[in-house]
Design a protein around this ligand. Structure first.
Ligand code: ADP
Ligand code: MG
Length: 241
């Protein structure tokens, strides 16, 4: 689906939260590399998709009512065969129904298990006075506990992208720490620039969360993405984000 069709469909369904699949489609169309992620409505479909992708795969709950998927027990990683996919499907359904009894669960999303890399996050929030602001940081504990993140007002230029990556305190981790491979910083800069372009040309987006992005020696990939639309252009009763 084209970007405007994805946005129109969400509007039509009175949704402000896009699904992981929709969010990744929009980002991919903006040139940002994401794991190819598909919907499986049934256990059999999940197995079929897993075999098409090739193991190991990741299954995640697919529900417009569950945005923080692992909190609800909705993410199973490193599934290596049919039996593991079948068990994961059942486990996800069981825990998500228990965690969010009112959720309408449409199935699971299936994607390849990306090899591990240095975890970073990128995103966009709208500042009440500055408007859209791009964010970059290291993933996990660095953002949650240390709040080690850099911000820039959209649109950003190449030098801004460089500065953002340079100014985070944990920057050394990107340079290859304790035998770990360094991150492809040029690729991360490009991703930030593409994100800025996307935000700049899509004003109806309120918030973007690419968390995590795995950075490698060569390249990087978004493994989870969340996009929230603004309520301003909606005509009637949106569900709260
Ligand atoms: P949540 O909605 O809870 O943020 P995520 O999609 O981020 O769910 O998945 C939780 C964690 O699972 C991620 O932080 C990441 O470590 C791992 N993960 C998710 N997708 C993949 C993938 N395709 N390959 C490897 N690891 C993944
Ligand atoms: Mg996530």
């Amino acid at each position: 689906m084209k970007a405007n069709e994805i946005l129109a469909q969400a509007r039509q369904e009175n949704r402000t939260v896009l699904t992981e699949i929709e969010a990744k489609q929009l980002l991919m169309q903006s040139g940002i590399n994401c794991t190819d992620t598909r919907l499986a409505a049934t256990k059999d479909a999940a197995v079929k998709l897993s075999e098409q992708f090739g193991y190991p795969v990741v299954l995640k709950v697919f529900s417009v009512d569950i945005t923080h998927k692992s909190d609800a027990g909705g993410v199973k990683v490193n599934l290596k065969n049919k039996a593991e996919v079948e068990n994961a499907f059942d486990a996800i359904m069981r825990s998500c129904k228990a965690a969010v009894p009112t959720a309408k669960i449409e199935g699971v999303s299936v994607q390849v298990m990306a090899k591990s890399g240095i975890e970073v996050i990128m995103g966009m929030i709208k500042d009440p006075s500055f408007g859209p602001v791009i964010m970059f940081g290291l993933g996990g504990v660095f953002v949650e506990v240390l709040q080690d993140v850099a911000f820039r007002i959209v649109p950003i230029e190449k030098s801004d992208a460089e500065d953002m990556i340079n100014e985070i305190k944990g920057k050394k981790l990107l340079e290859g720490y304790r035998g770990q491979e360094p991150a492809d910083v040029a690729c991360l800069q490009q991703m930030l620039l593409k994100l800025s372009d996307f935000v700049n040309t899509t004003p109806e987006i309120e918030e973007i969360d690419m968390n995590p992005v795995f950075a490698y020696k060569d390249g990087a990939v978004v493994v989870d993405a969340r996009i929230i639309l603004s309520t301003a252009q909606a005509s009637h009763g949106l569900r709260a984000a």
